[in-house]
Design a protein around this ligand. Structure first.
Ligand code: 3HC
Length: 674
């Protein structure tokens, strides 16, 4: 097999070029090729310096994640990097694209780093539940300072080459189109310079930095195992020799990589990428051109949806029925953009640029030139069918017609047009300009190229898209139904809202079922008749306890929306317990998990068996990106695998639930969902 590493020479400079698509991951062949190159440099007196550079779209994007868990092939990355650093001829890493994880560690082990301005550097291992395991936690603080290392390694977000240069990680910026030439010139300049090795540099730091960093990021790191280990390792650099530090790093790496969190996070890395693939549709199918988007409805959803496209540079025509609503909607969009600018996330020019792409109108026929039209009005089948009937007459041939419905039947909506092949669901999650998830709902007649175009445009607006089939609530909301139902039943049987919510928050969710109800609105879906009180929810709604927006729901809220337990809610619950004569029992945390989360897994198994989700990992992606399921638990289906499907079945049976046949079958065969 030919090596992905080729060598060439310019004068006394040996150039090692890696060409291992798609991202030059540091798999065994790449490591072996680099090692051979370093050996060549060591043994050849004619070579005075080495440049490491990559072909294709990026510098090494990290260790090869697909090798994790398999027997290691020599050389290991840490050993290779020590050999690079030990070479007594200057080694220059020439970086373009993204130098991530092990890739960034290659750069750190080199004696110099040159990068094009568009390059990025990062240590994203923490996002895979592990830590930089090839010297990154020990070399980065020595090269670029402790605070920079903490930011990069514990949070995992990459930085620009410019920022990396400010921190001292990058020595020199190259021309965007002259990286190799600039790197060779740099090598020639430093050929006779004494070599400075990253691992030999001293670390100076105020020890207070570490606790301050832990405290400032406590919320962000809640539930995650890797960040604490990473911070500890970086803290060690100040007092201990490098050799001791890397040994501790190795041990920490091995411990984390064998743990469930890392397995879960790696599962999600691949699940997210797999989700974009549509079974039975060729990858190279010809897509429809989306140059202009129409959005119907300038409410919270319509506005948020529009912002996604504007931010991606795609013009949007937004339609409302009344001028006042239109003005209010566009005003909110501007305010949201300005808030982002105030936080430094965009410039004032970018705000103006995005808003300039927006055309507000009261006239539906102004959507005639749009390539994609998204309806985002309230949930009423009659209203939606009426709109789609009108769109059918207005939209140009080939335009994609989408509904943002969260529950309704896309086939029925499509049937109100003469072009059901062009219709599909695009279910955004609120706030639509922030939430990453997009459920792309495939109707029975949706054309393959329409579906594929929707998946492609989702990527363009930086969403994680998942294909869902038509069913009530699609994937995400459908699984929410049994959870909310059981949570409510447990109130009757003896639990309190705070107890149920606490179990969910401790599990790692951003909030529990009742906190979610209060946030979304207790009155959503309420029959609106205050005299008709059939359940606890009706009683709350009848008293105007509609949730956070009214300062009262399942909890009481102060003016800062801080919740407290509500004596009135306790009374209402008690009245219902008496009225219905529901037998009371002590509800344990375990019962809450079994009745709210096991039932979700059960529903997930039904969704899967019915083909409403393409694969179990898609369900995981929906719950992580749409509902804040703790990513370190890998999504509900992955989590079920870690609990054991036999245990899930037994838990469901204990409470008298009907077990989904697919779940039972897998449990009996000892199989997993993922
Ligand atoms: N190992 C193996 N495969 C990888 C990979 C990696 N490190 N990084 C990306 N890939 C694969 C993807 O799975 C995808 O495969 P597919 O086409 O079969 O679905 C393909 O490369 C392209 O990836 P993307 O679709 O993500 O391409 P983008 O252009 O959108 O993004 C990227 C490129 C920014 C490099 C992104 O892929 C990424 O963030 N990769 C992961 C980087 C990372 O986590 N590195 C650290 C690895 S752990 C490590 O280095 C440990 C060390 O400290 C010892």
């Amino acid at each position: 097999m030919t090596s992905p590493i080729t060598t060439s020479r310019q004068g006394a400079v040996l150039i090692l070029t890696s060409d291992s698509p798609p991202v030059n991951a540091l798999g065994a062949a790449v490591r072996q090729g680099l090692q051979a190159g370093i050996e060549e440099a060591k043994n050849d007196d004619g070579i005075k310096a080495v440049v490491i550079i990559c072909a294709g779209k990026t510098f090494f994007a990290g260790a090869d994640i697909t090798e994790f868990g398999k027997p290691m092939q020599e050389p290991s990355l840490p050993v290779l990097l020590d050999q690079i650093e030990a070479l007594d001829k200057p080694v220059i890493s020439a970086v373009h694209g993204t130098a991530l994880g092990g890739g960034c560690e290659v750069a750190l082990a080199s004696h110099y780093r040159i990068a094009v301005p568009s390059a990025k550097f990062g240590l994203p291992e923490v996002k895979l539940g592990i830590l930089p395991g090839a010297g990154g936690t020990q070399r980065m603080p020595r090269v670029a300072g402790v605070e920079f290392a903490l930011e990069l390694a514990a949070k995992g977000d990459p930085v620009s080459a410019g920022k990396a240069k400010e921190a001292g990680l990058v020595d020199r910026l190259a021309g965007e189109d002259s990286l190799l030439a600039d790197a060779v010139a740099f090598a020639n300049e430093v050929i006779d310079q004494p070599i400075s090795r990253s691992s030999e540099r001293p670390v100076t730091v105020d020890p207070a930095v570490f606790d301050a960093f832990r405290k400032a990021n406590a919320k962000r790191f809640r539930g995650f195992e890797a960040p604490a280990t990473i911070i500890d390792l970086i803290e060690q650099t100040a007092g201990k020799p490098y050799a001791e530090g890397v040994q501790a790093e190795r041990m920490g790496f091995m411990k984390l990589i064998m743990g469930t969190q890392s397995a879960a996070l790696r599962h999600i890395f691949f699940a997210e990428r797999k989700a974009s693939k549509i079974d039975g549709v060729a990858d190279d199918i010809k897509l429809r051109d989306i140059k202009k988007v129409g959005v119907i409805g300038a409410g919270t959803m319509g506005g948020g949806i529009s912002m996604n496209f504007l931010s991606a540079g795609i013009p949007v025509t937004i339609v409302e029925m009344q001028q006042e609503a239109l003005d209010r909607g566009t005003g909110v969009m501007r305010k949201n953009y300005e808030a982002s600018a105030a936080k430094g996330r965009m410039t004032a020019e970018q705000v103006e640029g995005a808003m300039a792409l927006l055309t507000p109108t009261l006239n539906l026929s102004d959507l005639a030139d749009c390539d994609l039209i998204i309806e985002a009005v309230y949930e009423s089948m009659d209203v939606k069918k009426d709109i789609f009937g009108k769109l059918d007459k207005i939209a140009k041939p080939g335009a994609i017609l989408a509904s943002n419905t969260s529950y309704l039947d896309i086939n029925e909506i499509a049937a109100s047009t003469t072009r059901p092949q062009d219709v599909l669901g695009l279910h955004f999650f609120s706030p639509a300009n922030v939430m990453k998830l997009l459920e792309v709902v495939r109707g029975d007649k949706t054309a393959d190229d329409v579906l594929a175009t929707a998946m492609a445009i989702a990527k363009k607006i930086k969403k994680v898209a998942v294909v869902a089939g038509v069913c009530y609530g699609f994937i995400g909301n459908r699984m929410l139904i049994p959870r909310q139902m059981e949570a409510m039943k447990m109130l009757h049987e003896g639990a309190t809202p705070e107890q149920v919510d606490k179990v969910h928050v401790e599990f790692g969710m951003p909030m529990g079922p009742f906190q979610m109800s209060d946030l979304a609105g207790v009155d959503i879906g309420w029959h609106r008749d205050p005299s008709r009180i059939e359940n606890i929810r009706d009683a709350l709604a009848a008293e105007g306890r509609w949730g956070q927006k009214k300062g009262a729901g399942f909890y009481d809220y102060d003016e800062k929306r801080q919740p407290s337990n509500s004596p009135r809610v306790a009374e209402i619950i008690e009245e219902f317990r008496k009225k219905t004569g529901t037998p009371q029992h002590e509800i344990t945390d375990e019962e809450i998990i079994e009745r709210t989360l096991y039932t979700m897994v059960n529903e997930g198994a039904l969704i899967l068996a019915e083909g409403k989700a393409q694969r179990a990992s898609d369900i995981d992606v929906v719950w992580i990106y749409g509902y804040g399921w703790p990513v370190y638990r890998g999504g509900p289906m992955f989590w079920a695998d870690t609990v054991g499907l036999k245990t899930i079945v037994a838990g469901l049976e204990k409470h008298g639930f009907k077990v989904a046949p697919l779940l039972r079958e897998k449990a009996e065969k000892g199989e997993r969902f993922n």
